[in-house]
Design a protein around this ligand. Sequence first.
Ligand SMILES: *[C@@H]1O[C@H](CO)[C@@H](O)[C@H](O)[C@H]1NC(C)=O
Ligand SMILES: *[C@@H]1O[C@H](CO)[C@@H](O)[C@H](O)[C@H]1NC(C)=O
Ligand SMILES: *[C@@H]1O[C@H](CO)[C@@H](O)[C@H](O)[C@H]1NC(C)=O
Ligand SMILES: *[C@@H]1O[C@H](CO)[C@@H](O)[C@H](O)[C@H]1NC(C)=O
Ligand SMILES: *[C@@H]1O[C@H](CO)[C@@H](O)[C@H](O)[C@H]1NC(C)=O
Ligand SMILES: *[C@@H]1O[C@H](CO)[C@@H](O)[C@H](O)[C@H]1NC(C)=O
Ligand SMILES: *[C@@H]1O[C@H](CO)[C@@H](O)[C@H](O)[C@H]1NC(C)=O
Ligand SMILES: *[C@@H]1O[C@H](CO)[C@@H](O)[C@H](O)[C@H]1NC(C)=O
Ligand SMILES: *[C@@H]1O[C@H](CO)[C@@H](O)[C@H](O)[C@H]1NC(C)=O
Length: 262
Amino acid sequence: MAVTVSFRQHSFICCLLFIIISQASAQPSFLNYFCDNNKGNYTANSTYHTNLNTLLSNLTSNTQINYGFYNSSYGQNTDKVNAIGLCRGDVRPLECRVCLNFSKALLTQLCPNQKEAISYHDKCMLRYSNRSIFGVVETSPSFYMWSANNATDVDQFNQVLGNLTRNLTATAASGDSRRKYAADKASASNFETIYGLVQCTPDLSEKDCNDCLVGAISEITSRWNGKRGGRVVRPSCNIRYETYRFYGEPTMAYAPAPLPYV
Ligand SMILES: *[C@@H]1O[C@H](CO)[C@@H](O)[C@H](O)[C@H]1NC(C)=O
Ligand SMILES: *[C@@H]1O[C@H](CO)[C@@H](O)[C@H](O)[C@H]1NC(C)=O
Ligand SMILES: *[C@@H]1O[C@H](CO)[C@@H](O)[C@H](O)[C@H]1NC(C)=O
Ligand SMILES: *[C@@H]1O[C@H](CO)[C@@H](O)[C@H](O)[C@H]1NC(C)=O
Ligand SMILES: *[C@@H]1O[C@H](CO)[C@@H](O)[C@H](O)[C@H]1NC(C)=O
Ligand SMILES: *[C@@H]1O[C@H](CO)[C@@H](O)[C@H](O)[C@H]1NC(C)=O
Ligand SMILES: *[C@@H]1O[C@H](CO)[C@@H](O)[C@H](O)[C@H]1NC(C)=O
Ligand SMILES: *[C@@H]1O[C@H](CO)[C@@H](O)[C@H](O)[C@H]1NC(C)=O
Ligand SMILES: *[C@@H]1O[C@H](CO)[C@@H](O)[C@H](O)[C@H]1NC(C)=O
């Protein structure tokens, strides 16, 4: 897949880097990261720094959570750190922890003193800040990727893609506070099947999730049209579609809420 990336630069002096990580290792596939230079810096070994390390270590070693969403805070007053970790809905708990653990090491190295930073891997997203980031829809810093290949019948492809992403958005947005995720496929023209995946951080309300995804989907038509694959990745939601299957079965570890006694 040929890759083009763009992002809102107003507040981010940043770091467009393609790091091609060898697929030979088990390292999760890295996509992008942003260090926010305008929301404050911490100094090495400050309380904020220690709190950040404590929080991220605790988050990546948490074996209680099996639904791929981590949100926690650590510290007091101006040294309080908030972090969110989100794994793709088909990623198993162990692989999720490995991905977040990897993100933690990479991100704190790439952004060595910024209070706010975010990294995107194929299968997980990690972000932290000193401000409150829970339950708040955030659409930037975002980035895009799209395939070099064109669909054979663009009009039909777009119609099927539009229907599919609308359906997936409705399903994901109606998810509960542990998971807002949906993936499915639909047949386009003769030989093409479109595989789509959408996800929000599950701390968002149904409406915020819906709005975030609708906005992300509209970027597809405004930024590229008729390409056979693409992604829009935002802090609060992301969407991806391809003409090959790129996701697995949803994780079963995610148990439904216990039934009430009757
Ligand atoms: C976060 O840090 C910045 C810069 O140090 C500061 O201006 C801001 O007030 C802090 N935000 C909170 C919620 O503490
Ligand atoms: C934070 O540090 C970065 C370099 O690490 C620097 O470019 C930026 O200007 C600093 N921001 C503030 C608000 O001091
Ligand atoms: C921070 O702590 C580490 C390990 O304790 C030490 O190696 C490093 O020199 C310290 N850095 C600063 C700026 O104090
Ligand atoms: C670490 O996480 C556990 C839950 O897994 C929690 O009970 C504990 O208080 C946390 N510790 C810190 C230092 O945040
Ligand atoms: C997390 O990464 C560290 C090295 O950065 C490693 O020692 C540790 O075993 C990893 N933990 C998990 C759960 O992958
Ligand atoms: C895809 O379509 C665009 C414009 O319609 C064209 O410029 C481009 O060469 C096509 N790419 C391929 C791989 O056919
Ligand atoms: C898309 O959905 C509309 C309305 O739900 C329907 O009329 C149309 O046939 C669908 N198109 C495709 C290609 O599935
Ligand atoms: C979208 O959902 C409608 C109603 O459930 C269904 O008829 C249609 O086939 C779905 N379209 C796609 C592309 O999944
Ligand atoms: C984390 O998110 C869950 C919903 O997914 C929510 O119930 C919980 O209160 C959140 N925790 C914090 C610290 O915001």
